[in-house]
Write a protein that binds this ligand. Structure first.
Ligand code: ADP
Ligand code: TRP
Length: 319
């Protein structure tokens, strides 16, 4: 792993069961890029971001393990990737503080996540308000070139660019490289069973590692758009595992026959997900693998981020 390759970095919070929106929207691209050897790949369990909502120690540990197992089951080559826990690399929170001092309150008040929480009348924690600043630190610490994510994270990457740019301008340096998002248009927003964006927080997910029964239950609950002959949501999810060309005949022959189409979708999703499920069980049977991967990741991420922090500390004049 040389530093000459462009850096890819992404993160996922250990906040709930992984779903096919996470996989097709983000994880698949992350795993492909990480395995390709074209980038220096960092993947991060964003546990300090998750702490805004997961405030139970056992749940945090379990979700963290599940997330790492999920990545390995999705085919991530553990020998190529630097996979680490955000909490184990202190530079993230340190750099977030430094960024706090150059970031204004009105600017953070424009973030979608904050505005949504406000609109729902929630009392927003400082951690939630500051979320984009910590995420900017996550990304900028490693001179990241590309950040593979789903569409909902686009604004956060713009925040990272803005904050990096402001730091460079304030201190008259080129300390931070400005990252680009990597978002594939056809999977940017995977719909859930109710047609909204699939999300843990909406209860509309198709689980990535659920049993066939759970899969079938979720698919059968997909809301069908009765105005057309082709059920929009069923079709949209179907295109994740079959090309539109392959689906043409099936949807033509079964116009208006939602039950048959859903059964076909269950079959195709199950076929696609079975190898992932099998691999998940294999990974689960070897807990030492997860520990080892996170330990190696911690070491590598600490080394890279400490070197960057030395540069940052010199730039701001604290050393
Ligand atoms: P959730 O909305 O379920 O809480 P996260 O915020 O943990 O999901 O997202 C983890 C990653 O998965 C992010 O990169 C996010 O953009 C992506 N992602 C989540 N849901 C979807 C979706 N429905 N379509 C596309 N990408 C998604
Ligand atoms: N905010 C991201 C999400 O909700 C998780 C995340 C934290 C992340 N730090 C990151 C994603 C850095 C990409 C890069 O999914």
């Amino acid at each position: 792993m040389t530093d000459k390759k462009p850096v890819m970095l992404s993160g996922i919070k250990p906040t709930g069961e992984l779903h096919i929106g996470n996989y097709f929207g983000a994880m698949r691209q992350q795993v492909e890029l990480a395995n390709a050897g074209t980038h220096t790949p960092y993947l991060m369990v964003a546990d300090y971001h998750a702490l805004n909502t997961v405030q139970d120690a056992e749940e945090m540990r379990r979700r963290t393990r599940e997330l790492v197992m999920g990545y390995l089951a999705a085919g991530l080559d553990e020998k190529k990737v630097i996979l680490f826990k955000q909490s184990e690399v202190p530079a993230h929170t340190e750099l977030a503080w430094i960024f706090d001092t150059i970031t204004t309150v009105p600017y953070l008040m424009r973030a979608h996540a904050y505005k949504d929480a406000e609109a729902k009348g929630r009392e927003v924690s400082v951690g939630t308000f500051n979320y984009p600043v910590l995420m900017a630190a996550d990304i900028l610490l490693y001179n990241t070139a590309v950040v593979p994510v789903g569409q909902d994270q686009k604004q956060h990457i713009e925040y990272a660019r803005d904050i990096g740019e402001k730091f460079n301008r304030t201190f008259g340096t080129e300390t931070f490289r400005l990252p680009e998002p990597y978002i594939l248009p056809h999977v940017a927003v995977v719909p859930g069973t109710d047609g909204q964006k699939m999300s843990k927080s909406y209860g509309n997910v198709i689980p990535l590692f659920g049993s066939r029964e759970e899969l079938a239950k979720a698919v059968m609950s997909i809301v069908t758009d009765s105005s057309g002959e082709r059920p929009k949501n069923v079709y949209a999810i179907h295109t994740l595992v079959r090309s539109p060309k392959e689906l043409e005949a099936l949807y033509e022959q079964n116009k208006g026959n939602y039950k048959t189409l859903k059964e076909a979708l269950i079959e195709d999703l199950d076929h696609f997900l079975t190898p992932l499920r099998t691999r998940y069980e294999e990974v689960k049977s070897d807990p030492s693998l997860i520990e080892q991967v996170l330990m190696d990741g911690k070491r590598a991420a600490r080394a890279a981020s400490e070197a960057k922090m030395e540069e940052v500390r010199r730039t701001i004049g604290v050393v």
